[in-house]
Design a protein around this ligand. Structure first.
Ligand code: ZN
Length: 212
């Protein structure tokens, strides 16, 4: 318990320094949040949404789960998506994967991990669809990294296929769904793909070459 006191000490120092820099910061945020971004990312502790995009509190609405998966049976994720689009009216829905994802690696292993293996089956389905491409990758690291990218593409498509997104685009609401991937090795984001109303898809400059 003693070491947990650090949490409150660090919090007090952060609140004090934030108020010193911007005296209205908390009173402004307490009034309302108007984020332009919804971030759907991995739970991995190395992939924090606000820090990676260098955005302060109030700028990103966040949903995270293991391996940034979006499935239509997940009421938690769908509720976040609906609130972000219909109430907050975000301009950008971001699906962010990351290289070296433990969830992706575990899905490629035959090792048993308990309950989480049920969740990882969503990734195994993607791996099966693209098995020809994945098999061609030379090393296990390359196979895993490719599946990290393919998983982003699948999850962007899953977001776009929801009734929430399709109905919003039909209403004329303006927002884009972006697929990006983060490298924990250098802190940089790669641009995989973008989708807009009318299911218009644009490949980013880092769209996987094997799919072109
Ligand atoms: Zn991960």
């Amino acid at each position: 318990m003693e070491d947990f006191k650090k949490v409150f000490e660090a919090n007090k120092a952060w609140a004090a320094s934030t108020t010193a820099t911007d005296p209205e910061f908390f009173s402004r945020l307490a009034h309302q949040q108007t984020p332009e971004h919804l971030w759907i990312g991995c739970s991995d502790s190395r992939v924090p949404a606000n820090q990676i995009m260098d955005l302060p509190p109030g700028e990103v609405f966040v949903h995270r789960n293991i391996a940034n998966i979006v499935v239509p049976s997940d009421l938690n994720c769908l509720s976040v998506l609906q609130y972000a689009i219909e109430v907050l009216k975000v301009r950008h829905v971001i699906v962010c994967g990351h290289y070296g994802c433990g969830g992706i690696a575990a899905s490629m292993s035959s090792q048993k991990n308990g309950m989480i293996d049920n969740w990882l089956r969503h990734i195994r389905t993607t791996a099966r669809i693209y098995s020809d491409l994945i098999d061609k990758a030379a090393t296990q690291e390359e196979k895993t990294d490719l599946l990290c990218e393919l998983n982003v593409i699948e999850q962007v498509q899953n977001v776009c296929s929801t009734t929430i997104v399709q109905d919003a685009w039909d209403r004329g609401q303006k927002f884009a769904v972006h697929g990006i991937i983060y490298s924990v090795k250098n802190g940089l984001l790669k641009d995989v793909m973008h989708c807009e109303a009318g299911n218009k898809v644009t490949h980013g400059e880092d769209f996987p070459a094997v799919l072109k």
